[in-house]
Design a protein around this ligand. Structure first.
Ligand SMILES: C[S@@+](CC[C@H](N)C(=O)[O-])C[C@H]1O[C@@H](n2cnc3c(N)ncnc32)[C@H](O)[C@@H]1O
Length: 445
């Protein structure tokens, strides 16, 4: 970062500018991760540490804005710096400069990383005591203020759980960024760990042996060059979906909402090169990255198609036409509550009405693709969200409309416990993204 003004002051200025721009993106419904990385890429003068600080600050701003908003009365820099410090493990000179710009003491809020929600709330009140009206604190420092007010009404509450306690558990989890998870090809964990070194330790999941949580915040590009295609960044919950699919060698699958192909590659990998996956998505552009990643990983058997799964049929197979897939995965577009810890801006981009609209789309997609499952085949439905409407209720609606499918009991992918054919990954499992999954078997052979 340039000279002239103090470095911290210039970083503070840029941080405030970025937060304001990202607020505008969120108002237009655009995800911050994409907009921010495009913007930071254009600022060539920034070093790696500057970028890390700025992106941490922006994400912290959206994570804590339900609490820090009153500080914006003293200046937007105060709110953003306080949010940064609520997450941070160490002080930062630019955060100090931002507080001072708003006439707050630069050391008025110690870094709160690792503290409880109650401790962080208290530290925030201590920062603004005497500068903002005292009566702001009790209502604003409720965990519920950290997310949209309708959240509790839409959440699925597991049988036997107390709704208030379940909501509190979710709110707490949304404030903690989960680690990055890698999906590592069997047999390559040690080679990858050696390549990443001790500052980026890998912690394998006890049951999903391909999954490893990554410590530190390393640049993965050198490891990608050294071990091309042997690992991919993939959340634990997404890997759990591939486990629930449990494809067998020689099968033919259709991943009907494939996006950039993370799960499609996971399916191919599990079939050990003896299987086929049609990966389709309504966005043609994202499929190209699925092709590139499959090539990099040396995985054969991937076919791509741009399809609207709520309307279009997959290309007819010459052998058996429609109704021929051993398995169809619908990793459906959803409200994304399960990603609110990783992408905190998502909570401010979603309207309550979106939940019902996505649920309707999910049921339409399930109804449409069901015909492509061969008799005796499997339909797996997954959504990275935690709502009732998009979870068990969407499955119930599908089963009421389409005859011949029923949930197939299977072990829970993360702990092996028996399930009724539906399973949740909660954000505190792992910790990772939250996810709902259902495995449905079509009658016949
Ligand atoms: C949850 S994401 C899928 C992520 C992907 N399976 C992965 O593992 O990376 C949902 C995907 O559904 C796609 N989508 C939305 N509406 C669709 C539709 N009507 N038909 C097919 N795909 C759709 C979106 O473009 C998005 O890529």
């Amino acid at each position: 970062m340039g000279k002239g003004k103090g470095i911290a002051e210039r970083q503070a200025e840029l941080a405030a500018e970025l937060v304001a721009r990202m607020e505008r993106e969120v108002k237009q419904g655009n995800p911050v991760d994409t907009a921010l990385s495009q913007l930071l890429r254009r600022r060539r003068e920034l070093g790696g540490r500057d970028r890390r600080f700025l992106s941490e600050l922006v994400f912290s701003h959206f994570r804590w804005k339900g609490w820090t908003a009153p500080l914006a009365l003293l200046g937007p820099e105060a709110a953003a710096a306080a949010a940064y410090l609520l997450d941070a493990a160490a002080p930062h000179p630019a955060a100090r400069a931002m507080l001072e710009l708003c006439r707050l003491p630069g050391d008025g809020l110690a870094p709160q990383g690792g503290r409880t929600l109650a401790e962080r709330g208290q530290a925030l009140v201590d920062l603004w005591r005497g500068r903002l009206p005292d009566n702001l604190a009790p209502a604003l420092l409720e965990p519920r203020a950290l997310c949209p007010a309708w959240l509790g009404d839409e959440l699925w509450v597991p049988p036997g759980a107390e709704p208030g306690a379940h909501l509190a558990h979710c709110l707490e989890a949304f404030q903690l960024r989960p680690p990055t998870w890698l999906a590592v090809r069997p047999g390559f964990l040690d080679a990858l760990a050696a390549q990443l070194g001790p500052r980026a330790p890998l912690t394998p999941h006890p049951r999903l042996t391909r999954a490893a949580a990554l410590g530190g915040n390393p640049d993965l590009d050198p490891a990608r060059r050294k071990l091309p295609g042997f690992f991919q960044v993939q959340d634990l919950a997404s890997q759990a979906v591939c486990e629930v699919c449990a494809p067998r060698a020689g099968e033919r699958w259709w991943d009907a909402c494939a996006g950039a192909g993370g799960k499609a590659l996971g399916l191919l990998e599990r079939m050990r090169g003896h299987g086929q996956v049609l990966a389709s998505d309504v966005r043609r552009g994202v499929l190209e990255s699925a092709r590139r990643r499959a090539e990099e990983a040396g995985l054969e058997g991937l076919e791509l198609a741009a399809l609207d799964a709520s309307r279009d049929d997959p290309p007819r197979d010459e052998r058996d036409g429609l109704g021929g897939y051993d398995g169809v995965l619908v990793d459906a577009p959803c409200s994304g509550l399960g990603t609110w810890a990783r992408n905190p801006d998502a909570r401010w981009r979603l309207a309550r009405a979106d939940v019902a609209a996505r649920a309707d789309l999910q049921v339409r997609i399930l109804e449409r693709v069901a015909a492509a499952v061969r008799p005796g085949g499997v339909l797996v439905y997954s959504v990275c969200t935690l709502t009732r409407a998009e979870g068990p209720e969407a499955v119930r609606r599908f089963l009421a409309r389409v005859a011949g499918f029923s949930p197939e009991p299977c072990p829970h992918p993360l702990d092996g416990e028996p399930t009724d054919g539906t399973a949740w990954v909660w954000p505190w499992d792992g910790p990772a993204n939250g996810m709902f999954m259902a495995r449905l078997r079509r009658a016949g052979r």
